[in-house]
Design a protein around this ligand. Structure first.
Ligand SMILES: [Zn+2]
Length: 357
């Protein structure tokens, strides 16, 4: 059989032409500092030798959410453009202002993830959202938006997506975190606005702000590669996909007292209705208030700071129609699999990653 010539065309991006089978770093000018130093969003285009879909993987729309920054770095090093079908747009830091200040927000105290699609004449946040949305996001067929919990709050690796879209559901299951949340679209978020323009979007949530967490990072890389296989960008692995379980609903348990928090469960644990999950103590004396589960479920998020005020959200529980011990087993298998995956070791002293093939 004659070999069909499936050579890709060059990829046009911000006035640059990127040849098939190559990588290129491009700076997207987003704003300026007071000093007039330009502030740009670094973008790496990995343009495959063969044609295929365009996938963007972006992190740090909330500037203090760092696990995704490391996921993008490792992903770039792991992808060989000569073997890639389609185009990977890697954006490790979207909210460059927030990143510099180790802050979730922009200098105008707005949340970038409530400002999409943005406008040219709007606030600082709205202008940045507009630049990023119109110049980068809208060129994509698929987006994976990487997040972590807020500061002092950590999440079990989970996918949040609008599962009423069959393609979104398909790639959410391909990502295969143990828990998937069917999460309604929130106006102004990248996920919601991109879905409205016909782009399939997943939000990956894992770990805590201002931290590098090996499990959250490894699970992210493994999941993105599985999505790339599912959309035809990489060769399919023969390995069977691990099971994901779709949560029926979730809720937050709040502190009913102020004080010092001692938690007795951790992420992924199965809890039963009435079970004590944490104690809130006064610094002296024997005042002790319990936080109890109101229903049986799985811990998918929790506060890490051992201090609480009344009303603080301490545990995020997910509820399932399947029996919870089955879900707990899925979470356990997932963590084992991620630990076993042979990825780059994460040591603080690490200098350079291995160079790509
Ligand atoms: Zn976030």
């Amino acid at each position: 059989m004659a070999k069909v010539n499936r050579r890709n065309k060059p990829y046009q991006f911000l006035g640059e032409s990127i040849p098939p089978g190559s990588k290129q770093v491009i700076e997207l000018e987003a704003a300026k500092l007071y000093t007039h130093s330009p502030l740009s969003i670094p973008v790496e285009i990995i343009h495959g030798a063969a044609p295929g879909p365009v996938l963007m993987v972006n992190a740090a729309i909330h500037g203090d959410e760092l696990n995704g920054v490391e996921i993008v770095r490792q992903l770039i090093n792991a992808i060989d453009p000569t073997k890639l079908k389609g185009t990977l747009i890697a954006v490790p830091i979207v909210n460059v202002f927030g990143f510099i200040h180790k802050s979730r927000y922009l200098p105008d105290r707005r949340d970038l993830n409530r400002c999409f699609p943005g406008s040219e004449k709007g606030s600082l946040a709205s202008r940045m959202a507009h630049t990023f949305f119109s110049q980068v996001a809208q060129n994509c067929d698929y987006i994976i938006d990487l997040h972590t919990g807020a500061i002092h709050r950590t999440n079990l690796p989970q996918i949040r997506a609008d599962l009423s879209n069959p393609e979104t559901l398909r790639i959410a299951q391909a990502f295969a975190t143990p828990v998937i949340l069917d999460s309604p679209l929130r106006n102004g978020s990248l996920r919601s606005e991109a879905e409205k323009s016909g782009i399939t979007v997943l939000t990956y949530e894992a770990g805590e702000a201002l931290r590098f967490e090996p499990i959250a990072i490894s699970a992210g890389i493994v999941g993105i590669k599985r999505v790339m296989q599912a959309v035809g960008m990489m060769r399919m692995s023969r390995k069977k996909l691990p099971t994901s379980v779709i949560a029926k609903s979730t809720s937050w348990l709040r502190a009913e007292a102020d004080g010092i928090l001692r938690t007795v469960v951790s992420l992924g644990d199965r809890v039963e209705r009435g079970q004590v999950l944490a104690y809130i103590n006064s610094p002296l004396g024997n005042v002790e208030v319990e936080i109890k589960a109101n229903k049986g479920g799985i811990v998918i998020g929790q506060q890490t700071l051992p201090l609480v005020n009344e009303g603080d959200a301490v545990f995020h529980l997910a509820y399932f129609t399947q029996r919870d011990h089955m879900v707990e087993q899925v979470v356990g298998d997932f963590i084992e699999e991620v630990i076993d995956t042979d990825l780059e070791p994460l040591t603080t002293g690490q200098l350079m990653p291995p160079s790509p093939a």
